[in-house]
Design a protein around this ligand. Structure first.
Ligand code: BG6
Length: 485
């Protein structure tokens, strides 16, 4: 299958940090379909050779096992081409169409790795130039909008040129192997499904913690904040995969229909529930990885007195028969104590204890990163004999599954997976426009309440687990975050 992949924003960060290294890995693993042409498009004048040299230089920053040897790079670079384009000029799109038409590839994937404010003009011009035939797909990188209205506007413009099945919205969390394993765990195994409901599950926690700060992205981040950057998309996508009903098939729309139902079942926020159930924070100076780091307000490009949140913890519920009354806690933040993304499913305690000691409940920990695996926490008897004449006190133990060890080869990174899916037209791991708009609709009351609230985010020290109010939020229900247990 010959394909052309056009990277708009061909000299930008996303392209050389994520997309080209992922394409290189796919090529190295022999997974790129035959007949690949990768065309980078950007504003300045360069030849193919100059672009290849630009990429070669940046590839030296790629982590070493994934870095190409000179010989590998020379062969991979043959796939790379470059074209100057002024994205506002119709004749430049006509030129691109000629380039694409010249060899009539089976598939053309147009990846918009540009600033999202350019999406409308690019999509409109692609449509006008006729670069939207049935063999063309367009891939849109987040952030897809700033609020519900802007997301709808982007979708309206995209829809004017492309069918829904041609527009692939990336949420790179969906490409992580651990997230695909979540689907496998739930729908490829019969073990957990009977327990996957309010009768057996007491609460669910989703934590996406980062130890990094905002780095040099202070200007982008300050316009965005943690709610838009991580909760509206990544955390909600994970929640839908935990809470969805089994889809009738593995087709993209069968899965996305079920995810959409979950988003529609989330308890809507009101001004009162935002004040009670959502905690926002902003990091102050502290320590990260053993060295002192500045607070958010002292980061580069962050405006003085910013009220941007770098931490969010919230409590919600999925209002349906399966989940009624089960709290779902979502938490994300920059400069937290560790880089740690995981989902904790807390089961209910035994209804009638016959062993002495505290009633530890079972829990299933789905680890997304840095490790990728599962931990099932159980209670067991050590065999050390009875305690005080009664039965033995049970001890906590866990069954650990490390997917990197279980599948030492064959693992592909998130962007590699998503790029290969985009080329093959597999839509399961891309977000449909109605899901995306529903997720925006759900976060809007939070954004609106915050805008009216003079209190602003609560401070927390870099290197901590966020403001104390986040612990109080779960303690109110008699729960604790995983690291507090
Ligand atoms: C991105 C956010 O979507 O996800 C970043 O914009 C964040 O702020 C990143 O750092 C986290 O991704 P990962 O894969 O490193 O957990």
């Amino acid at each position: 299958m010959a394909f052309d992949l056009v990277l708009f924003g061909g000299t930008g960060d996303l392209t050389w940090r994520k997309l080209l290294p992922a394409l290189f890995q796919a090529w190295r693993h022999g997974k790129l379909p035959e007949g690949a042409r990768i065309l980078a498009v950007a504003r300045d004048e360069r030849s193919d050779e100059q672009y290849r040299a630009f990429v070669a230089e940046r590839f030296t920053e790629v982590e070493s096992p994934k870095r190409p040897s000179d010989d590998e790079f020379a062969r991979f670079a043959q796939l790379l081409h470059y074209r100057r384009m002024d994205l506002s000029q119709p004749e430049h799109y006509a030129g691109l169409k000629q380039w694409v038409d010249a060899r009539a590839a089976d598939t053309v994937v147009l990846f918009l790795a540009t600033s999202p404010h350019l999406f409308p003009v690019i999509c409109e011009q692609l449509g006008r130039a006729g670069l939207n035939g049935p063999h063309v797909r367009v891939v849109l990188e987040k952030p897809l909008g700033h609020d519900l209205a802007s997301a709808r506007e982007i979708n309206r413009v995209v829809r004017a040129s492309f069918a829904e099945s041609q527009a692939l919205r990336i949420d790179h969390y969906l490409g992580k192997p651990a997230v695909q394993n979540l689907m496998a765990l739930r729908f490829g195994n019969a073990l957990f499904e009977p327990l996957w409901r309010r009768e057996s599950i007491a609460s669910i926690q989703i934590t996406l913690a980062e130890s990094l700060g905002v780095g040099t992205r202070g200007d982008y981040y300050d316009r965005t904040g943690a709610l838009r950057d991580m909760i509206q998309n990544h955390a909600l996508q994970l929640l839908t995969m935990i809470a969805m009903e089994p889809p009738p098939t593995s087709d993209a729309d069968a899965i996305r229909d079920e995810k959409l139902k979950v988003l529609k079942s989330l308890r809507p926020f009101t001004t009162e529930s935002v004040a009670r159930d959502v905690v926002r924070g902003q990091y102050r100076a502290g320590n990260a990885d053993g060295r002192p780091v500045p607070g958010y307000l002292d980061e580069q490009k962050v405006p003085a007195g910013s009220r941007c949140e770098t931490f969010v913890a919230l409590r919600t519920e999925v209002q349906n028969w399966r989940w009624a009354g089960v709290p779902f806690y979502l938490r994300t933040g920059k400069r937290l104590a560790a880089r740690d993304a995981q989902i904790v499913v807390n089961f209910r305690a035994v209804p009638h204890p016959i062993f002495p000691g505290p009633r530890h409940a079972n829990k299933l920990v789905i680890k997304l990163q840095p490790e990728d695996g599962l931990e099932l926490h159980l209670l067991a008897a050590k065999g050390s004999g009875p305690s005080a004449g009664g039965p033995e006190r049970l001890s906590p133990v866990s069954l650990d599954l490390d997917f990197d060890k279980a599948f030492p080869t064959d693992r592909v990174g998130a962007y590699e997976k998503l790029l290969l899916d985009a080329l093959a037209g597999r839509l399961n791991l891309f977000v449909r426009s109605d899901e995306q708009e529903q997720a925006w609709a759900w976060v809007m009351p939070v954004l609106e309440s915050w805008a009216q609230d003079p209190a602003g985010p609560r401070p927390y020290a870099a290197g901590s687990w966020g403001p104390a109010a986040a612990s109080a939020l779960v303690a109110r229900d008699g729960c604790a975050w995983a690291e507090e247990e």
